[in-house]
Design a protein around this ligand. Sequence first.
Ligand code: NAD
Ligand code: MG
Length: 397
Amino acid sequence: MQNICILGATGSIGQSTIDVVVRHPELYQVYALTAHTNIDKLIEQARLCQPKYLVLSDIGQYKQAKQALLYSGIKSVLLSGAQALADVASADDVDVVMAAIVGGAGLLPTIAAVKAGKKVLLANKESLVMSGELFMDAAREHNAQLLPIDSEHNAIFQCLPHDYQYGDLASSGISSILLTGSGGPFRETAFGELTHVTPAQACAHPNWVMGQKISVDSATMMNKGLEFIEARWLFGLQSSDIKVVLHPQSIIHSMVQYRDGSVLAQMGNPDMRTPIAHGLAYPKRIDSGVQPLDFQTVSNFSFSLPEPKRYPNLYLAIEAANAGQSATTALNAANEVAVAAFLSGNIGFTQIAQINEQCLTQMGACQLDNIDAIVAWDHECRSATQQIISSYAREAN
Ligand code: NAD
Ligand code: MG
């Protein structure tokens, strides 16, 4: 029986994780569930999973949550605040941590799980983008088992040989890693119309149902950019090892190309319960609830390359990956602030990439040797981005 802590339980990945976990009560028991503000959902999930702990990271709502929990009759202990997230993620009784908080808020609890040597199911790509080498070093030092949940990285992991040596593509006969992406909802939209895209249009992904931030990132292809950086760290790759390929049907989730001409692809319906079940049960296989792929309905596969003019964020991320840690941390921070500003109607869709680029140029490079330095740099970059956004608003008036 494995004890699981689900960070970000009320989100899209968190809900899919619970869906898989409750199918296997003989294998998994929920130790803790965390949410930021969604008390109702957290209580509904607690009723289903009966965890020992619930964490509401937003301290301001603690009293209200405590009251709601009391009325519900649920016995879980309620904790609150950022430290409580790290505490449940590193608790002795926990075997597996699902890292599914969105954005930089996931960094400290995910690192806490890594440093406690847990089996970490990594959905929160931003934490790896923010802290790459420190994160991977901590995993090695503390014997944490990292399993990729991002569907592309999970696919690559499944297509790599079992004896793959970190960073050594040549010994495994691998010539490249093909990172696939759908191209999002605006793959064919006329360039002139992109400036008028609304948050609702950007969040309507053609194949996946996801949280708002990753949906906007998919529309700008910043998501593929973050995944490019994520792949470099997870598998020890150089930028030249990775090729981004558009595959609008989202059936192939990524591929590994070998020297002898073979290409191995992992396929399946676009449903995150597949990589979640894979990570949970690895190296075994369990039912996930995902519909089997029906080849009568998915006969039409197509592929193309992403256009730089349409997806400037993807290319900014690749440049940042080549520039180093301070650039990828800055880009992640800028992007989170810019996406939030877009979602609240303060900037236009195409301004997200412009603001990201401006932040990267303005902030330059610096040395980041520890997690405190990463957190401080992240804060600085967020403030700088807020100022850039304010200057845009002043220009518009
Ligand atoms: P979501 O917005 O649906 O859920 C986010 C979760 O994080 C919620 O439980 C929320 O309460 C919590 N949260 C938000 N802000 C927080 C804060 N400041 N402090 C603590 N907790 C906070 O997001 P999602 O789509 O489930 O994505 C979660 C992560 O998984 C992201 O990093 C995303 O990139 C990654 N991911 C998601 C998908 C997907 O299909 N949704 C696929 C691949 C990777
Ligand atoms: Mg992905």
